[in-house]
Design a protein around this ligand. Structure first.
Ligand code: G3I
Length: 304
């Protein structure tokens, strides 16, 4: 096939991108979005600060342009993110203990119920593990409400929207290391105890300091072997030219080699849309032209 979405679909997978609501009126941006992608993630508009700006007062207006655009263009939606230590509204940042735990549960219940039946997969909990080599949980106001906050988040999301896949999502878990081992142990434990979890998202933000790991495919496979899906959720790869193109192809081949890898989402469309200021980590240049990385990604999808 000749587009990312159609080529991924021929393998039974999706190809998605992060979308910023404020860019939908840019015709170059929207044109590429609707030509190439069949899954979207709101880059910021479904986060806690956006959806519950004051406590128990919910607002879906920032995400609405993304949701309605997706619906009218046959794009599915990954929900991002229900519980996260970042981008909390100020009122939640200053809460702790039982009050914060109850606020988290209410947030998940309200947001997942609002979107019930419309979300392919939710990032229920995002980035809950520490980057140090000790495999510990990340310290945060949510973590300090008790170690069971993650399973409570998953059970709450399942009750609110039984049809969405429920994912744990993180970065620097793309290869086998202390952090991914800790996530692996948590998933294993959740599976053993019947805590509802359906997928693990591997953000896959790569650069020179954090390249595509040599055991990327093996790491995706060991999670899939636990009996759940894996998804590449926020892919971007710093670099340029053939080296960048080769890295994108490696990521695509790894996903295609893992039966339970459902699809790939890149974290933006053009290099100028990236959260990496001044970087060139995406598939289209600032003018919307296809880069070598686009061609290698498309070819790798079509080879699968
Ligand atoms: O809302 C203000 C706006 O009013 C102001 O004009 C503008 C000026 O710069 O800033 C706007 O907010 C920024 C927002 O992006 C929208 O551009 C925030 O300051 C900024 O913090 C926010 O950054 C986002 C970041 O998450 C926050 O943690 C990035 O867009 C977004 O790409 C990034 O995405 C995260 C994933 O959610 C989780 N994984 C890592 C990934 C990359 O950091």
């Amino acid at each position: 096939a000749t587009t990312l979405g159609a080529s991924a679909a021929a393998t039974g997978r999706y190809f998605g991108t992060a979308v910023a609501a404020g860019k939908l009126s840019d015709s170059t941006y929207a044109g590429i979005l609707d030509r190439e992608f069949d899954m979207v993630t709101a880059e910021n508009e479904m986060k806690w600060d956006a959806t519950e700006p004051s406590q128990n007062s919910f607002s879906y207006s920032r995400a609405e342009p993304i949701v309605s655009h997706a619906r009218s263009h046959n794009q599915r939606i990954r929900g991002h993110a229900l519980a996260w230590h970042q981008q909390q509204p100020g009122w939640a940042q200053s809460m702790s203990g039982t009050a914060l735990r109850n606020a988290m549960v209410n947030h998940i219940t309200q947001v997942a119920t609002h979107y019930r039946g419309q979300i392919y997969a939710w990032d229920v909990v995002n980035e809950a593990f520490d980057d140090g080599g000790n495999g510990a949980r990340r310290d945060s106001n949510l973590q300090r409400t008790g170690n069971d906050w993650i399973e409570v988040a998953f059970r709450t999301a399942r009750a609110a929207d039984p049809s969405a896949k429920l994912c744990y999502n993180d970065y620097n878990t793309d290869g086998q290391n202390a952090k991914s081992n800790a996530v692996y142990a948590m998933v294993q434990d959740f599976k053993a105890r019947g805590v509802p979890i359906d997928c693990v998202g591997f953000q896959s933000h790569f650069n020179q300091a954090s390249p595509v790991p040599s055991d990327y495919q093996a790491n995706l496979q060991r999670f899939a072997n636990l009996g759940l899906d894996v998804q590449i959720t926020e892919l971007d790869i710093e670099g340029s030219g053939q080296a960048q193109a080769d890295n994108y192809a490696r990521v695509v081949r790894a996903c295609l080699a893992v039966t339970r890898c459902n699809g790939i989402t890149v974290w933006g469309i053009r290099d100028t849309d990236s959260w990496r200021a001044g970087g060139t980590p995406l598939l289209f240049d600032g003018n919307g032209n296809k880069k070598a990385a686009y061609t290698s990604t498309l070819n790798a999808l079509n080879a699968g």
